[in-house]
Design a protein around this ligand. Structure first.
Ligand SMILES: C[S@@+](CC[C@H](N)C(=O)[O-])C[C@H]1O[C@@H](n2cnc3c(N)ncnc32)[C@H](O)[C@@H]1O
Length: 443
């Protein structure tokens, strides 16, 4: 950035305009609107710069313009000589004026025409009465601070008020009604400072596998409560100043007990904060999202669930394995390999039925026992199977074979990253994505 943008307070201060003609008159106009006291002269003399806050020259003899530029810069007074970048210490931006909102556009002097085109576009998208809306919020500023001392609650209130009914009324020119609606919204916010908890699916890892809704909520969150499975790429999408609380769990190493996580979510919401509870994959697939939603409902906390791409979908896509297929699988079963009291508590007879695909979560360490249980119910160990590690995120890998072979080799093959086991005839029908396409896409 060649020029640093700043907005000068010129109210009651002197602005010098040297020159006589249409150009200098055009420059005088915004200075007048900013409340500057104009000192205008057709020719330059050094004494004209006494007590001046800003100086502009145009439509004057060359030697006057050069002298004005040199003397102003010697005295540290910002100076602009129109269309003479080499004589300027600041550039005049193109301005969109929605007082008190001002948009200033600069091309660093490189292409003023382009700045004017950008201004026209901005003029077209900003409502003409946007300034009235800003002024309305300004009039309530002190009251908002008193009513909502918490910064996050304040921001949330303003987000709603500046896009909701008070805004509609102000933009429509119905100022009295807008004032009343704003006051009413503020009263309501003061009376009910309850925050909201969003149980958000973070997907399998890649940031571009987040849903648009998840992305928006991440950008609006005051606090993010996240798991071990949530990738840094996804966390990077969150608002920079959002608080982050890690409550990750590793298998057999529950960092924060579920009851404490539930209590934490309730506590944060009662502080009036906007909470995103970010969970790997989908919150309602082996994510204990149901327990958290129930705890929030019981505590009367407003909440919403935002689905995410679950590991089975991401891994299948990664490995090119269709989860269902008219010729091979009419049922898809999501199953956990996690043990209960040291045992795989599964209905093996149901899982061994033909024409279905099994997607086994948390199943790598118990895969030999799972394979054994399925074989005991008649599933052929030569049934095609695959293990997909880190599906839908950086460095994904896949081990293909049969149920027997992946059960035998999986432990040694694993790098310790999250892995999903897919079992069924569909694995044979895999059409892996073209590697070069994928690399090109990811580059
Ligand atoms: C507690 S479960 C959470 C599942 C998550 N809620 C979902 O919908 O994907 C954790 C298990 O999901 C599987 N998993 C999660 N992310 C994965 C990924 N990117 N690749 C492969 N498996 C994954 C692994 O089996 C891991 O042990």
């Amino acid at each position: 950035m060649r020029h640093f943008p700043a907005f000068l307070d010129l109210a009651g201060r002197t602005a010098l305009l040297v020159g006589a003609g249409e150009t200098i008159e055009r420059k005088a106009e915004p200075l007048r609107r900013a409340g500057a006291v104009l000192r205008q002269a057709p020719r330059f003399a050094p004494a004209l710069l006494d007590g001046v806050a800003i100086a502009i020259g145009a439509d004057a003899p060359e030697e006057d313009l050069r002298a004005l530029s040199a003397e102003a810069q010697r005295r540290g007074i910002p100076v602009n000589i129109v269309d003479r970048a080499e004589l300027c210490s600041f550039v005049m931006p193109a301005i969109v004026d929605r007082d008190p909102i001002t948009v200033a556009i600069s091309t660093g002097g490189a292409a003023p025409t382009l700045a004017r085109m950008v201004r026209q576009r901005i003029e077209a998208v900003l409502p003409p009465r946007l300034g009235a809306l800003a002024a309305l919020a300004g009039r309530f500023q002190a009251r908002i601070r008193r009513a909502l001392p918490d910064v996050a609650a304040r921001r949330r209130f303003l987000d709603a008020a500046l896009t909701g009914r008070p805004a509609d009324l102000a933009l429509a020119g119905r100022d009295t009604e807008a004032e009343a609606a704003f006051a009413q919204a503020l009263d309501a916010a003061e009376a009910t400072p309850l925050g909201t908890v969003f149980l958000v699916g973070a997907g399998p890892g890649a940031a571009d596998l987040l849903t648009l809704r998840a992305l928006r909520l991440l950008g609006e969150a005051d606090v993010i409560v996240h798991d071990r499975l949530v990738s840094d790429a996804v966390l990077d999408m969150a608002r920079r100043d959002a608080e982050r609380i890690f409550v990750g769990k590793a298998r057999a190493n529950h960092c924060v007990p579920q009851e404490e996580i539930n209590a934490l979510l309730v506590r944060l919401a009662r502080q009036g904060r906007r909470v995103v509870r970010l969970k790997g994959g989908d919150p309602f697939v082996f994510g204990r999202g149901g327990e958290e939603a129930a705890a929030l409902a019981e505590a009367g906390i407003p909440h919403e669930v935002v689905p995410g791409v679950t590991a089975a979908l991401a891994c299948a896509a990664e490995a090119g394995i269709p989860l269902t297929h008219r010729d091979a699988a009419r049922t898809l079963t999501l199953v956990t390999g996690h043990t209960r009291e040291g045992r795989l508590d599964l209905d093996f007879a149901a899982l061994a039925r033909p024409a279905q695909t099994l997607a086994v979560y948390m199943g790598l360490s118990t895969l030999p026992a799972l394979a054994q249980g399925l074989a005991a119910e008649g599933l052929d160990p030569s049934t095609p199977a695959a293990i997909v590690e880190s599906g839908g995120s950086e460095g994904s890998r896949c081990l293909r074979g049969t149920l027997g072979s992946v059960a035998a080799e999986g432990g040694a093959w694993s790098s310790g990253r999250p892995a999903l086991v897919l079992v069924g005839e569909v694995v044979r029908l895999a059409v892996p994505a073209d590697a070069t396409t994928r690399e090109r896409e990811r580059a």
